[in-house]
Ligand binder design. Structure first.
Ligand code: EPZ
Length: 437
């Protein structure tokens, strides 16, 4: 795998330094969606043979998923920085490496495909992370309905379906993205029809369903709350382009909104940020949507003349306001001309950013799932620590507007989900550099 920008040097500090106050304008193109690519990679286990994924982001989470598949026996040819040929013909193991699953929760996406292919799987229980407990009870309950038995010992989930997988009616208590994906990847080879009620509707779910259908699957209703899967006997390898990353796009659009822009972001479908762009317009931004025929001609342009207007935000599963855009929007609202409330309904502790933003002079008070935000005139640069992937990106964004220098440490979090974060911001005029000291 090629080195990502974030591969650390010999230094003790892996940080990003930003000098605030400079214009941010121009055009960038986003990569393929992290939260789709990882599952599409797992889905290649369903069809022995060589599948080609294009528009794959060159990020550390993709590298970890590549290691998981290789440890299972797959051969991966990195054709170029964004194209992987994954041959899962040689895969003969259904036991995932404990340390890799513990390192990256998304590795649990191999659970459904391994059970579908081998009738069994051993996957480490994913640990929690900074934003919440990240349980997988809904994954396990749903797969149990399809005939899977589980035994959790010594930190590993031992799954088996001795009588094979059969179709079932599954009602998700919460529109869980991961649970919906694992269920899709198991049901596609089950015997009979599975319906998933209260299914997640994120664009990444549709991308996975599209790939499964291209492989010979029979999935209908993806993108709606009810998905039906008619099991088939086998799937075949496929070539598939990863959908554009709406969250990477939203992050750069938020940076343009913060600094005034205009910033053009290409390579994603603006419909995938529907509510975000509407909210940003209500906050005083100008947004021009581009719905061209192909990835290069799709995107949006954002700019702002007047002040940022405060606006209450509630995160919810798609098509609600995405939790992955909460941190970036909190930064915008921290310099709005008034007060508002941001409510995080998806994760139980996704306000770790607040304490770091407070070092920069933001006026936030956290009350459970609510952040009361009182806009301040200007943030001031400070040394801060990235609490997680999106919080880290949001702190760098805050540094663009802050007075003086901001040094964000623990930026390995950012490398998990953003390819070339610093070069892209630099190309928009930001005074920013990576420090490996
Ligand atoms: C995916 O996580 C994304 N990650 C997350 O993006 C994203 O925030 C999240 O979906 C919601 O959109 C990937 O796709 C790799 P969930 P996932 O299952 O699948 C609880 C980023 O920054 N839950 O929809 O884990 C769970 O604890 C990351 O790119 C259960 O309780 O999200 C959470 O509170 C962060 N039991 C809520 O549901 C379960 O069995 C939503 O989780 C499953 C989930």
């Amino acid at each position: 795998m090629p080195h990502s920008e974030g591969m650390r040097g010999k230094g003790f500090v892996d940080a990003i330094r930003v000098e605030g106050g400079y214009p941010v304008e121009g055009s960038i193109t986003v990569e393929g969606a992290k939260n789709s690519a990882l599952k599409l990679m797992a889905a290649t286990l369903l069809a022995p043979g060589a599948s080609t994924l294009t528009n794959v982001p060159n990020i550390s989470d993709v590298h970890v998923m590549g290691k998981v598949l290789k440890r299972l026996g797959a051969a991966i040819d990195v054709v170029d920085e964004h194209t992987l040929v994954i041959d899962t013909e040689p895969v003969a193991s259904w036991v995932t490496p404990y340390e890799l699953v513990a390192q990256m929760r998304a590795s649990t996406a191999v659970l459904g495909p391994l059970i579908a292919r081998f009738g069994k799987a051993v996957v480490a229980m994913p640990g929690g992370c900074n934003i919440g407990a990240r349980k997988i009870d809904m994954h396990l309950a749903g797969l149990s309905a399809l005939g899977v038995a589980f035994d959790i010992t010594h930190g590993n989930i031992h799954a088996s379906a001795p009588d094979g997988l059969h179709g079932a009616e599954v009602n998700l208590e919460f529109a869980s993205v991961g649970a919906t994906e694992n269920l899709l990847m198991a049901a596609v080879l089950a015997d009979g029809v599975t319906t998933i009620e209260n299914a997640a509707r994120e664009p990444e779910i549709c991308d996975l369903a599209n790939m499964l259908n291209e492989m010979g699957g029979q999935v209908t209703g993806a993108g709606t709350p009810t998905i039906a899967v008619e099991g088939v006997d086998e799937l075949h390898p496929v070539d598939h382009e990863v959908v554009g990353d709406r969250i990477e796009a939203g992050t750069f659009l938020a940076a343009g909104a913060l600094m005034g822009g205009p910033v053009e972001v290409k390579g994603f479908d603006p419909e995938h940020l529907g509510l975000v762009l509407k909210k940003y317009e209500a906050m005083g931004m100008e947004v021009e949507r581009r719905n061209g025929p192909d990835r290069a001609s799709r995107g949006a342009v954002i700019s702002r003349e007047g002040p940022i207007r405060p606006l209450d935000i509630q995160t919810l599963p798609f098509p609600g306001f995405p939790t992955d855009m909460q941190a970036q929007t909190l930064v915008l609202l921290s310099v709005a001309d008034g007060a508002c409330v941001v409510t995080e309904n998806v994760f139980e502790s996704r306000f770790m950013l607040a304490a770091e933003l407070a070092r920069m002079g933001a006026n936030l008070s956290i009350d459970g799932h609510h952040a009361i935000v009182r806009g301040v005139e200007r943030l001031s640069g400070a040394p801060v620590t990235a609490p997680d992937l999106r919080g880290g990106a949001a702190l760098v964004m805050a540094g663009l507007a802050a007075d003086g220098y901001t040094v964000v440490s623990n930026v390995h979090h950012i490398d998990r989900g953003y390819e070339g974060f610093v070069p892209k911001l630099k190309s928009l005029g930001a005074h920013i550099e990576r420090l490996n000291v």
